[in-house]
Design a protein around this ligand. Structure first.
Ligand code: NAD
Ligand code: GLY
Length: 352
């Protein structure tokens, strides 16, 4: 078993092992004193893994309630969040109980935000079942729901009590969703680990899942330890996200998060090369790495529409925004640009 300790406002461990779902109860018992657990899962994930996790929790002596949500980003809303809170309250959950998110980033973000706010905060545990959630969203304590005006507009920093990654669950993940996770994995290589980036190009992620999850989680852990509340260094993890979120929003969330991040990384790599921040070779390595992983690198949304969507991003600070730009593979920088310059950046990224 791989154990990665995370130091933040709450310390916890990320455990990685095949078959871990069947030992969830023992690990939850060791991490919390909860009497009752509410297991939150999406409609796709519940029939695959719900009963196994439930059985394991019950065998460990927990009373288990389940709450199943409709899948997809379009359900990461205040409405779903409100129904979960009402469910907790109607079932008399208390601050000594625990919420458990079983699923991808949508389930994790939503459950985490409910945990952060229900009775001013109760424990929650992440059991990520997508590659994206294993390498990124389940770790670091960012929780949120979307508003019609933009993604993750309402949220809180609330660290989990434990993260359980069972890579066996990735076998049922649709190929397209797997590739979405691959975009976030490549992101780690570009932002801080050139050796890892090369490894990813040599060996498919499927053939080195534990190593990939461990490497990404360790990198994120090190960043979160230094900047849990996203005031500086942590913004590096948003590589590809500023323009990516805009693509996601323009598509009405038909373009999946990981696909959008891939497009965002390609746009910013092209723009960085056009502005002399990185070399054309660095740009090509990033764009080619994304393409070889089967990820999109272009967007057809027009410049004005994308620029308007970028201006809704919560990473804006007044009339400026932070952009994460690659200097070389393995090294990125955060730069602050006036909002008025965004159309120029998108044009340099190849948007027409
Ligand atoms: P997701 O949660 O929508 O899951 C993708 C799809 O796969 C869903 O339809 C889900 O039901 C299905 N699924 C999940 N696990 C499965 C499995 N093992 N087998 C079969 N189907 C399975 O998407 P995601 O890519 O995991 O997460 C994206 C979300 O994460 C976005 O809302 C994004 O904003 C958020 N996010 C948050 C953070 C953070 O730090 N909190 C970081 C990155 C992304
Ligand atoms: N995924 C971005 C972050 O956790 O900061």
């Amino acid at each position: 078993m791989i154990r990665i300790p995370v130091e933040a406002s709450r310390n916890y461990e990320v455990l990685i092992e095949r078959g871990l779902l069947d030992r969830a109860g023992t690990e939850v018992r060791a991490a919390t004193r909860a009497g009752s657990a509410v297991l939150v899962a999406g409609e796709n994930v519940w029939p695959l893994y719900g009963a196994r996790v439930r059985r394991s929790l019950e065998e460990a002596g927990l009373r288990v309630l389940s709450f199943v949500i409709a899948p997809g980003e379009s359900n990461k809303t205040l409405e779903t969040y409100g129904s979960l809170l009402r469910f907790l309250s109607e079932n008399r959950l208390t601050r000594s109980d625990v919420l458990i998110a079983l699923g991808g980033g949508v389930t994790g973000d939503l459950t985490g935000f409910a945990a952060a706010t229900y009775q001013r905060g109760i424990d929650f545990i992440q059991i990520p079942t997508t590659l994206l959630a294993m390498v990124d969203s389940s770790v670091g304590g960012k929780t949120a729901v979307d508003l019609p005006t933009g993604k993750n507009q309402v949220g809180a920093f609330w660290q989990p009590a434990l993260v359980l990654c069972d890579p066996d669950t990735l076998r049922t993940l649709p190929e397209e969703e797997y590739r979405c996770g691959s975009a976030e994995v490549l992101k780690y290589g570009v932002l801080g680990n050139a050796v890892f980036f090369e490894e990813l190009l040599r060996t498919p992620i499927r053939e080195q899942e534990e190593h990939v999850i461990e490497t990404c989680v360790t990198m994120k852990r090190d960043i979160v330890r230094q900047d849990e509340f996203d005031r500086g260094l942590r913004q590096l993890l948003n590589l590809g996200h500023s323009f990516g979120h805009a693509v996601e929003a323009c598509s009405g969330f038909r373009v999946l998060h990981g696909q959008a991040v891939a497009i965002g990384m390609a746009l910013i790599a092209r723009a960085a090369a056009a502005k002399g921040i990185c070399t054309p070779e660095t740009r090509d390595a990033i764009v080619e790495g994304l393409r070889r992983t089967g990820l999109p690198t272009e967007t057809e949304y027009p410049l004005a529409e994308l620029a308007a969507a970028v201006s809704m991003d919560k990473k804006l600070s007044g009339s400026t925004m932070h952009l994460i730009v690659p200097v070389e593979v393995g090294r990125c920088e955060t730069i602050t640009v006036p909002l008025a310059a965004i159309p120029g950046w998108l044009r340099a990224g190849g948007v027409r």
